[in-house]
Design a protein around this ligand. Structure first.
Ligand code: NVA
Length: 308
């Protein structure tokens, strides 16, 4: 059966561990494993802006011996000039994997239904699962094991990063606290799903409206832009509302003294995070950005393990 990576809970706890272990191995010897030798082609499509994702996939695919093929989604007119299903059928005949950044989750689900090859979510409105593998790898490098760690996600809890932290953190056995302004909490179905996963991993998933209480004693503090791609017209209203969720040095001081700070980037200093935090000693954001490559290489290798 063709495996896809469309959302964080597509990997079981055991599979997530395996992918993270593989990522660490690949990081230690980046040029040794060549599962894409041939070279096999990986199609990449970006319907939203990208820096880290395109760069890390292209570099990682090359390191695995494969060929990254950038498909211009606008030129192709996906869902406009031809249906997602037909694009999927065509790309599946040219590439061994399709990596797609797009809007609605239903689009990538449809791609996966018809491609006949593994499809990887490179960010949708709902999830950013590749980022989460990089984040977990980074936390593991700095804190040792993941199970039992407390993570506080602050800001827009209803965005892809809030959802992905709930699911991936729970899968890793972490205690995930999401703190967001009223109206920007993750959908209750996400919290329920994370809590269900956490029952099997020893973790937990809760909403904590008070940012200070969310950060208290946390091992990991995470934030994301308050204005995700596609939400630009809400920027002003959000900035006015989100102030108390800014990760300042004072807020960071409420976390465990050994806490690390994560941000998937791009970051807006003076908005969701103060410069003293993201540019300070507890910030691990550059390791996090590098780890995109290692984590995604591991996902590609994992998906192709038993594939065509
Ligand atoms: N939530 C952000 C993540 C950026 C990598 C967005 O969707 O724009």
């Amino acid at each position: 059966m063709t495996r896809h990576f469309l959302r964080d809970d597509d990997l079981s706890p055991e599979e997530q561990r395996r992918v993270l272990d593989l990522a660490a191995t690949l990081k230690a010897a980046p040029y040794d494993a060549k599962p894409l030798a041939g070279p096999r082609t990986v199609a990449m499509i970006f319907d939203k802006p990208t820096l880290r994702t395109q760069a890390s996939f292209a570099a990682g695919i090359a390191e695995l011996g494969g060929h990254p093929m950038l498909v211009d989604g606008k030129l192709a007119g996906i869902g406009v000039r031809e249906s997602v299903a037909d694009v999927a059928r065509v790309l599946g005949r040219q590439a061994s994997v399709v990596v797609w950044r797009t809007y609605a989750q239903s689009r990538i689900d449809e791609m996966a239904t018809y491609a006949g090859v593994p499809v990887v979510n490179a960010l949708t409105d709902d999830f950013h699962p590749c980022q989460l593998l990089a984040d977990l790898l980074t936390v593991r490098e700095h804190k040792g094991a993941l199970g039992g760690l407390v993570v506080a996600f602050l800001g827009d809890g209803a965005c892809n990063m809030g959802n992905s932290w709930l699911l991936a953190g729970a899968t890793a056995g972490m205690h995930v606290r999401v703190s967001a302004p009223v109206g920007f909490e993750p959908d209750s179905s996400m919290v329920d799903e994370a809590a269900r996963i956490a029952e099997g991993t020893g973790g937990s998933a809760v909403l904590e409206p008070d940012p200070e209480a969310a950060v208290a004693g946390a091992d990991v503090v995470v934030t994301d832009t308050w204005v995700s791609m596609g939400k630009e017209e809400e920027a002003q209203a959000r900035v006015e509302l989100f102030g108390p969720w800014q990760v300042t040095a004072e807020l960071m001081a409420k976390a465990d003294p050994g806490a690390v700070f994560l941000h998937c980037l791009p970051a807006y200093r003076g908005k969701e995070v103060d410069a003293s935090v993201i540019d300070g000693p507890q910030s691990v954001v550059w390791d996090e950005a590098e780890n995109r490559r290692h984590a995604q290489k591991a996902v590609l290798a994992f998906l192709l393990e038993d594939g065509p």
